[in-house]
Design a protein around this ligand. Structure first.
Ligand code: HEC
Length: 504
C-alpha cells in the first residue's frame, strides 16, 4: 500500500492531468496512515519525512518548502508534496548537548534572509548563544553574519526566532539558568529582543539604544503573531506553571518572582509592589509547551482562530481557542496525546494544512520512544472520510476557564499540604494523585472537602465550607482531572446539594 500509492498517484496524474493538482489532498505522494475525526472535518495524518534527528524548528518558507533545523546543526528544506529533502547547510560549530544545539530559525518573508539561533562552546569552555543571519539561495545558505552573541548555559537557552509583521526580527532568549538575568534590563537573557535584519537596534524600540522588548521570561519555546498582530509566547515553568503569554512592548512577566498567576502569598506581595503581566493561560501540572502558531484558515473550521501549540512532556497537540479580538483564551482541546511522542514544533501552510515535528531523539524521550523511524514531520490535512484508516482516539475537551481557576485555588488552598504534584507527604498528607477517594464517589468527596476530617490524632484536613459553591466545584473538578486522575468534573449545583445534606 505504502509503496504503490505514489505509483497510483502518478498514473492518476498522467491520466487525469490537471485534476491532480486541484484536489485538496491528492497532490501529496504520502498517503494518510490514520485519521483524526473532528466534529465536521476528518483529518488524514501522514508522514512527510522520517528518520530525522530532532527537527527543532519547522518553518513554512516563502519558496513553499518546509525549512527545518535539526538539533545537531543541519538546516534542510523539504518539499511537502513529495518529502524530497535538500540539505541547505551544516553548521559545524553548533554545540549539541541535552537541550542545547541548533534551535530556532526564521525565514524573512520578503528579504532573502534566514536567521538561526544556536549554542556554541568556546575554546575557553564557556557556552554562548549566537544569532546568525544567512542569505538564502536556491541550493544553499551563504554569507553568515553574526548578529548577536550572548551568554548561554547547560540549560535554558531558549529559543525561538520569528519575523514580526513589520519585518523586524524577534528573538526569545532563555534565562540561561541564572535567575537574576530575567528581570535585569542590562542582561540579554530571559528576554524578547527586537532588531533590524542587520542586527541593529530599531529607532522605534521602546528603550533607546537597546534590543529589549519584554523581560522576566524563563525559557520561551514558542513565538507566534496572530492575524491581527498580537504576539504570543509559550514558556516553560519550573515545577509548576507553564505559561502562555501575550507579549507587550516593555512588558514585565516577573520570572523568577512570580510563576503563573500571582496566587501564593509571596507572589501576591511582590505583585503589590511591581506591576507585571500575568499569563493568558497557565498549566499546572506542567506539560512542557513548545512551538505555537495561529490558525486562521477555514480549511479546518473547528480550529479557526486558535493558537495551535505542541507539547513535549504531555506529547500532544493543543488547540487553544481565542476570542474574537485574539487576546484571551476561551478553551482548550487536547489531541494526539502520546501517539507520536514528544512534539517540538509546528507550521501551517498557506492552504491550511498543519505540519508537526516530533522530538523523540532528544535528551529526554518518553517511555517507548524513539520509535524506529523517529523523528518525523507529520501532516494533518482534511480528507473526505476515514475510510479504512485507523481512527485516532478521541480528544480531551477541557473546560479551560474553570480548570484554570481550579488550579489557582488548589495552589492557594491545598498545595501547601498535598503538594503541587498531588503526591502529598507520606504519613502526614495523603496523595491526591491516583487516590480512589478523589476519583470515586463525588458526593462523598464533596462532603470531605466541606467538612474536613474529624480525626483527632495527627494531621487534620480543614473544612472548606467557607468557599463559594463555584470555587469548590472548580477546585474539586481540578483534582479529579489533574495528574493521572481522569474522573468527571462536578458542578456548583452538586456542591449546593451536598451543602444542604450536611446541614450547612
Ligand atoms: C493543612 C493541611 C491540608 C490542607 C490545606 C488541605 N488538606 Fe486535604 N487532607 C489533609 C489531611 C491531613 C488529610 C487526611 C485526613 C484523614 O485521613 O482524615 C487530607 C485528606 C484529603 C483528601 C482525601 C484523600 C484520600 O485519599 O483519603 C482529599 C480529597 C483532600 N484532602 C483534598 C483537599 C483539597 C481539595 C484541599 C484544598 C481545597 C485540601 N485537601 C487542603 C490535609 C490538608
Amino acid at each position: 500500500m505504502k509503496t504503490s500509492w505514489p505509483i497510483l498517484l502518478l498514473l492518476l496524474c498522467l491520466t487525469a492531468g490537471s485534476a491532480c493538482r486541484q484536489g485538496t489532498h491528492t497532490s501529496f505522494s504520502q498517503p494518510p496512515e490514520s485519521a483524526l475525526v473532528l466534529d465536521s472535518t476528518t483529518l488524514g495524518v501522514s508522514t512527510v519525512i522520517q528518520d530525522l534527528n530532532v527537527p527543532w524548528e519547522i518553518y513554512w518558507g516563502p519558496d513553499d518548502r518546509i525549512w527545518f533545523t535539526e538539533q545537531s546543526g543541519t538546516i534542510s528544506a523539504v518539499m511537502p508534496e513529495t518529502g524530497e529533502r535538500k540539505v541547505m547547510l551544516v553548521i559545524p560549530e553548533v554545540y549539541r548537548q541535552r537541550s542545547l544545539g541548533l534551535l530556532g530559525m526564521a525565514l524573512h518573508p520578503t528579504e532573502p534572509y534566514v536567521f538561526v539561533d544556536y549554542t556554541h562552546l568556546k575554546k575557553n569552555s564557556t557556552i554562548v548563544s549566537k544569532l546568525v543571519r544567512y542569505t538564502r539561495t536556491k541550493d544553499t545558505l551563504k554569507d553568515p553574519l553574526l548578529l548577536l552573541e550572548f551568554p548561554g548555559n547547560t540549560g535554558h537557552n531558549g529559543s525561538r526566532v520569528t519575523i514580526a509583521p513589520d519585518g523586524k526580527v524577534m528573538l526569545a532568549t532563555g534565562d540561561a539558568a541564572r535567575y537574576p538575568n530575567a528581570p535585569d534590563t542590562a542582561s540579554l537573557n530571559g528576554k524578547i529582543l527586537r532588531m533590524n535584519t542587520d542586527g541593529s537596534v530599531p529607532a522605534d524600540n521602546p528603550y533607546p539604544g537597546k534590543l529589549l522588548w519584554s523581560r522576566g521570561h524563563r525559557n520561551i519555546q514558542g513565538l507566534a503573531f496572530t492575524s491581527n498582530g498580537h504576539f504570543f509566547a509559550s514558556e516553560h515553568g519550573d515545577a509548576t506553571d507553564d505559561e502562555l503569554n501575550l507579549i507587550r512592548q516593555t512588558g514585565y512577566y516577573a520570572w523568577p518572582h512570580i510563576e503563573g498567576y500571582a496566587d501564593r502569598p509571596k507572589e501576591k506581595a511582590y505583585a503589590d509592589t511591581f506591576a507585571f503581566i500575568p499569563p493568558v493561560f497557565s498549566w499546572t501540572p506542567t506539560i512542557a509547551p513548545a512551538g505555537i502558531d495561529h490558525y486562521l484558515s477555514g480549511k479546518i473550521p473547528e480550529w479557526r482562530n486558535s493558537l495551535l501549540m505542541v507539547t513535549l512532556k504531555n506529547a500532544s497537540l493543543r488547540v487553544i481557542r481565542l476570542n474574537e479580538t485574539q487576546d484571551s483564551v476561551l478553551g482548550e482541546t487536547v489531541y494526539l496525546s502520546g501517539i507520536f511522542g514528544r512534539l517540538r514544533d509546528l507550521c501551517v501552510s498557506p492552504s491550511g494544512d498543519i505540519y508537526l515535528a516530533t522530538s523523540n531523539r532528544d535528551w529526554n524521550p518518553g517511555k517507548g520512544f524513539p520509535k524506529e523511524h523517529d523523528d518525523k514531520i507529520i501532516r494533518l490535512s482534511p480528507i473526505p472520510s476515514a475510510g479504512n484508516l485507523p481512527v485516532l482516539p478521541q480528544s480531551a475537551n477541557l473546560n479551560t476557564a474553570s480548570l484554570a481557576k481550579g488550579a489557582m485555588l488548589y495552589a492557594s488552598y491545598c498545595e501547601a499540604c498535598h503538594k503541587p504534584d498531588g503526591r502529598g507527604i507520606k504519613g502526614s498528607f495523603p496523595k491526591l494523585d491516583k487516590s480512589p477517594v478523589v476519583t470515586g464517589d463525588a458526593a462523598a468527596l464533596l462532603q470531605l472537602i466541606l467538612k474536613g476530617s474529624k480525626k483527632n490524632t495527627g494531621e487534620q484536613m480543614p473544612g472548606f465550607a467557607f468557599m463559594p459553591d463555584e470555587d469548590i466545584a472548580s477546585v474539586v473538578s481540578y483534582i479529579r482531572g489533574a495528574w493521572y486522575n481522569q474522573a468527571d468534573s462536578v458542578s456548583a449545583t452538586d456542591v449546593q446539594k451536598e451543602r444542604k445534606k450536611a446541614g450547612q
